[in-house]
Design a protein around this ligand. Structure first.
Ligand code: HH2
Length: 266
């Protein structure tokens, strides 16, 4: 899954693809590099990010969803708003990625059910404005697992077919460095829920801290290390900014583990 951030303030590439044409070209490049899904988002979720009004989010993402759909790409819309998701699905998106796991907008789960599309529900402690302020768990893995099981039950209760739901432990969303590492170390426990697991470590700050203080552009080696470990523990979707390098690393790792990484992977 390649990240296409149409935002001025995303933590690692804010402002680079705010122009729709630049975002479409970037998405096309990621698809050529091996991304099977392009995750288009118009609202940053970085700690402390400002909320984006619906009209502005629509203005950012719709031309990009339309432009990338025209190239034949599979599009995921990274939003928590039902109005934005509905417009993106109308414009050709086929997948909804909601970092609030259907807690942000009461209409979103029903929309996903009605349209019969795939969705990703992610764990987050609190909200982006508060989540990194002293997050605490008794056992981060069992608490994230219980949350995802509860959200899966909620989604199916809203009429979404279970086979349409993917799960994401939400690396960096209300987690310390040690919480992120524990989730990666014991990712098999999340995989055991029985749904595909999405993992999003790409360029995140814990990788910079662990490598002695690397900034966003220098976190690719750490990203690859975590993705290879997550693959070995059963993750199947890797949300990344640097598709070419992650795809190569995952292809080699998958061949070594004798895993089938699916059609389109090199
Ligand atoms: N991480 C980000 C955004 N959306 N969705 C899922 N399912 N999993 C993630 O880990 C995830 C996500 C944050 O990364 P990015 O989009 O690059 O940054 P920003 O939120 O600042 O735009």
């Amino acid at each position: 899954m390649g990240v296409v951030n149409v935002t001025p303030d995303s933590f690692s590439d804010g402002g680079r693809y705010l122009d729709p044409q630049a975002a479409v070209e970037h998405g096309q490049l990621l698809a050529e590099q091996g991304a099977q899904i392009l995750d288009v988002g118009g609202e940053s979720t970085r700690p402390g990010a400002a909320a984006v009004p619906v009209d502005e989010e629509l203005r950012r993402v719709l031309p990009v969803v339309e432009g990338l759909t025209a190239t034949g790409a599979t599009i995921s819309i990274d939003t928590s708003k039902a109005v934005v998701a509905a417009a993106a699905l109308d414009a050709g998106a086929g997948y909804v990625n909601d970092v609030t796991a259907f807690r942000g907008d009461p209409g979103l789960a029903g929309l996903v059910a009605e349209r019969g599309v795939d969705c990703c529900v992610m764990h987050m402690l609190g909200n982006p404005r508060t989540m990194q302020k002293d997050p605490r768990y008794d056992d981060v893995v069992s608490e994230v697992k219980s949350f995802l099981e509860e959200r899966l039950a909620f989604a199916t209760g809203e009429g979404i077919a279970e086979e349409r739901v993917w799960l994401d432990p939400g690396i960096g969303f209300g987690k310390t460095v040690e919480h992120n590492l524990e989730l990666l170390r014991r990712l098999d426990e999340i995989v055991a829920i029985g749904r595909p697991v999405v993992i999003g470590t790409s360029r995140k700050s814990f990788l910079g801290k662990l490598a002695g203080g690397r900034d966003e552009g220098e976190r690719l080696p750490g990203t690859i290390a975590t993705n290879v470990l997550a693959l070995e523990r059963g993750a199947t979707v890797f949300r990344v900014h640097d598709v070419a390098q992650n795809a190569d690393a995952l292809a080699v790792a998958a061949a070594t583990f004798r895993l089938d990484v699916g059609e389109g992977a090199r």
